[in-house]
Design a protein around this ligand. Structure first.
Ligand SMILES: Nc1ncnc2c1ncn2[C@@H]1O[C@H](COP(=O)(O)OP(=O)(O)O)[C@@H](O)[C@H]1O
Ligand SMILES: [Mg+2]
Length: 270
């Protein structure tokens, strides 16, 4: 049983149809995700990497019920979650959590951090009362490197890096089985990126949560990943252990991505 993946995506196809401007009956067809298959095991970090527009976000949205697929399956803990209704998805929300690129957009500016963090705790019935919620939130804030004082404050009072720490705290508080992190550090300064990535990796390891880590930047996924899937124009062109991807890339496009990382280029230059 332990060999059964937590998440198993098979032959996923996503097609967007948009109206052509000017022509009444014509539609544009964008085959955004083409026959994509991958699995994520419990406790594992799989990264999806590839240039902008290659279909990464679409895959994340499919897995959180925000978009519908043309065909394929996505088994989560053995059940296909593609095509579930909103109501069908509801019980999965605790188990499949998202971290987004822009923590400011995902943290309601009108709410205190206490409200923002406690809402999911109450929605998922993980605490019985406010006192219990506060204890859990204060402990989690410490784990993400923030003072429990933060509870009384509002999102705008924090830096971008701190806001992403709050976003991570919100997700970790509900103890999900898998986190889908879409460009989670892309909006942050490079120096802050490393700190937030280290934090995410540390919490992922200690909690054993699985993660689908999405980024356009191969350098960013390097430390956090166990395996890496390289995407190009809607397809996975290479999927392998991190070490293989970095040291023995098989696909031309993977090599191209590697050559755009400054240190790697420097090291391979004689
Ligand atoms: N809601 C949508 N309607 C139409 N086309 C979309 C929609 N979302 C994404 N796309 C298209 O699907 C392709 C993949 O987009 P996306 O998944 O956002 O890529 P990435 O996250 O890798 O940058 C792009 O061509 C994009 O324009
Ligand atoms: Mg994207």
């Amino acid at each position: 049983m332990s060999n059964t993946p937590l998440l198993d995506v098979k032959a996923l196809n996503v097609v967007f149809r948009t109206k052509s401007s000017g022509k009444l009956l014509a539609t544009n067809r964008n085959h955004a995700v083409k026959n994509v298959s991958f699995s994520v095991h419990a406790g594992e970090v799989l990264s999806l990497v590839g240039e902008s527009g290659c279909g990464k976000t679409t895959i994340g949205r499919i897995l959180t019920g925000l978009e519908s697929a043309e065909s394929g399956t996505a088994n989560f803990q053995g059940d296909n979650i593609l095509g579930l209704s909103n109501a069908g998805f509801r019980p999965l929300r605790k188990h499949i959590q998202m971290i987004f690129q822009d923590p400011y957009a995902s943290l309601n500016p009108r709410l205190t951090i206490e409200k923002i963090l406690s809402e999911p705790l109450f929605i998922h019935k993980l605490v019985r009362n406010r006192v219990e919620a506060r204890t859990r939130m204060a402990a989690m804030l410490k784990q993400v490197g923030l003072d429990p004082d933060a509870l009384k404050r509002y999102p705008h009072e924090f830096s971008g890096g701190q806001r992403q720490r709050i976003g991570i705290a919100r997700v970790m508080l509900v103890s999900p089985r898998i986190i889908i992190a879409d460009e989670a550090v892309s909006a942050l300064d490079v120096s802050i990126q490393a700190q937030v990535l280290n934090l995410l990796k540390k919490l992922q390891r200690s909690s054993g949560v699985a993660m689908l880590f999405i980024s356009h930047d191969l350098a960013v996924v390097r430390h956090i990943s166990d395996r890496i899937a390289v995407m190009y124009q809607g397809e996975i062109v290479e999927l392998n252990d991190k070490q293989q991807i970095f040291e023995n890339p098989q696909h031309e496009y993977t090599r191209l991505l590697l050559s755009s990382i400054p240190q790697v280029k420097a090291r391979s230059t004689p």
